[in-house]
Design a protein around this ligand. Structure first.
Ligand SMILES: Nc1ncnc2c1ncn2[C@@H]1O[C@H](COP(=O)(O)OP(=O)(O)O)[C@@H](O)[C@H]1O
Ligand SMILES: [Mg+2]
Length: 512
């Protein structure tokens, strides 16, 4: 309904005294929602006020009739839907339809509002308690039964790709027709069968069978392997989040000592996703210098005529955007990675970003691999608070309890801001050439600590000789984003952008 306006005559006797002050009549408007607006001017007389009040009444009753119509529509839609649904779903659908209709028709009931709030809390808030419980109590046991189980004879073990504190990582190939691959060069078809195998270091410490369920953090390499297997399989069950990580194919215990495997050792298996990590690109080991080396992969083609600075910014923006999308999706499940760094980010041939290495990750939806006051960290990428949740944060006694309080705990503690700080360090490392080497980053971290994690102060006092061109272009959009990611949290655990918040920053607006 359009707003109605009443003109107030300056010649009415009550208004004549004022007409010398202002000839402009006051207007009384009845707005769409029935609110009365009086614009400054001469005062309205009683008839005009009564007439305005009538208009309000008219507008309100017509609005109310509209709402009743919508409410009736919702009720009948719920009834139609309920008639098609099987009985366990029909009654709740009718009840929810009635609850929504009551609210829309401005006749809410306490019962209905509480029911809708409970549904919002359990299903729609992130991390979702419902999905967390479903995953932990139904899907985890189910996936253990149906997961693919490799045997030693199914695999050829090839070169070692890395060795960390918790395990050693090898390239492997899935054998075809039970035949191992002997040559060093691989055909295109063999390359497609490549896998990555992580041997879990069984470091002699006792492997507690229930440490995950007990809501404690992994101790030692063996338990870290169990935690990593849990995180990866949980992520694989979400169709959207799984696109952002290396495809996990399950774990197995070597059933024989053969072909480099030792009987009884534990292995985790992933699809081989890429030959390059962001770390390789930053160190210049992909041939050309960073970010030029990723131009074709990230931008789809080499653009000869593009100005270098614009090109470099586009590549960095594309990588950071994909990292932040991956983090945002992981966080929506309640998972905080806790070890976001270039070595744990794969860049695939198709220009996708895949996050790997979930041994340090915490699932804060079910409280798995999380203990208050304890944390894993790489000091070069970890935020000053060092912990995902404040030290004295209460610990949930078991996964179901953790899941039920997880949306609240998430809002209070904002554990995801741990990873967004690391993403800020990635941005600095990609954009400032002097920070790309591991040793330079160590120096940066120390100097930043001396500036109490105030990036602006660091730049003014310690980093002023560095090349900030990429950060300063386009009104300093990247520099502004870096400052909003690399900073201390405030007293209510906020004050730093989340992955979702960073994605909405003007740095990601398209360039003309
Ligand atoms: N799915 C994968 N595809 C290709 N390379 C991988 C994959 N997973 C790991 N890598 C390579 O192995 C290295 C070590 O793996 P990671 O899981 O990070 O173990 P670590 O605990 O030793 O750091 C990575 O930096 C990467 O080069
Ligand atoms: Mg790693």
């Amino acid at each position: 309904m359009r707003a109605k306006a009443l003109q107030i005559s300056p010649t009415a006797p009550e208004n004549r005294a004022l007409s010398s002050v202002s000839r402009k009549p006051a207007t009384v408007r009845v707005h769409k929602r029935g609110r009365l607006h009086v614009r400054a001017g001469l005062l309205p007389d009683t008839d005009q006020i009564l007439s305005a009040a009538e208009s309000i009444g008219g507008a309100a009753s017509s609005n109310a009739r509209d709402l009743q119509g919508i409410a009736a529509g919702i009720r009948s839609a719920a009834e139609t839907l309920g008639a098609y649904l099987p009985w366990p779903l029909a009654d709740p659908t009718l009840a929810l339809g009635a609850d929504v209709a009551n609210i829309v028709g401005l006749q809410p009931t306490w019962e209905g509002v509480s029911r809708l709030l409970a549904i919002y809390y359990i299903l729609l808030l992130r991390p979702s308690p419902f999905l967390g419980l479903l995953d932990f109590y139904v899907l985890v046991p189910l996936s253990k039964v149906i997961q693919r189980r490799y045997q030693v004879a199914d695999l050829t073990l090839r070169d070692r790709m890395g060795s960390g504190n918790f395990g050693q990582v090898f390239e492997g190939i899935r054998n075809k027709n039970g035949r191992r691959i002997t040559g060093s060069s691989l055909s295109k078809e063999e390359k497609k069968r490549r896998v990555v195998l992580k041997r879990v270091n069984l470091d002699g410490s006792v492997l507690r069978s229930n440490f995950l369920k007990a809501g404690t953090m992994a101790r030692g390499a063996g338990e870290t392997g169990v935690a990593e297997a849990y995180m990866c399989s949980r992520i694989m069950r979400d169709p959207l989040v799984r696109q952002c990580v290396a495809e996990y194919q399950g774990e197995f215990i070597a059933d024989a000592s053969d072909g480099g495997f030792t009987k009884g050792t534990q292995w985790l298996v992933w699809k081989f996703e890429s030959d390059s990590t962001l770390g390789d690109a930053l160190s210049g080991s992909l041939g050309a210098k960073f970010p030029e080396s990723l131009e074709e992969i990230m931008l789809g083609r080499i653009r000869e005529n593009l100005d270098t600075e614009k090109r470099d910014a586009a590549i960095i923006k594309s990588i950071l955007k994909k990292v932040l999308i991956a983090l945002k999706r992981l966080h929506s499940l309640g998972i905080v990675h806790r070890d976001v760094k270039p070595e744990n980010i794969l860049i695939t041939g198709g220009g996708n970003v895949k996050i790997i290495d979930f041994g340090a990750a915490a699932d804060l939806c079910t409280g798995l691999n999380f203990s208050p006051g304890q944390g894993f960290l790489d000091p070069r990428y970890s935020p000053p608070e060092e912990l995902v949740l404040p030290k004295r944060f209460p610990k949930a006694p078991f996964p179901a309890a953790a899941a039920l309080v997880s949306p609240l705990a998430w809002q209070i503690g904002r554990p995801d801001l741990f990873d967004s700080y690391s993403a800020g360090v990635l941005l600095m490392q990609m954009a400032v050439p002097e920070l790309r080497s591991a040793s330079a980053l160590r120096g940066f971290n120390k100097a930043l600590g001396e500036c109490d994690y105030d990036l602006k102060e660091w730049r003014n006092t310690k980093g002023y000789r560095y090349d900030f061109d990429l950060l300063d272009r386009k009104g300093g959009a990247a520099w502004d984003l870096a400052q909003k990611l690399i900073c201390r949290r405030n007293a209510v655990n906020r004050g730093r952008l989340s992955a979702a918040g960073a994605l909405a920053h003007r740095f990601f607006l398209p360039e003309l």
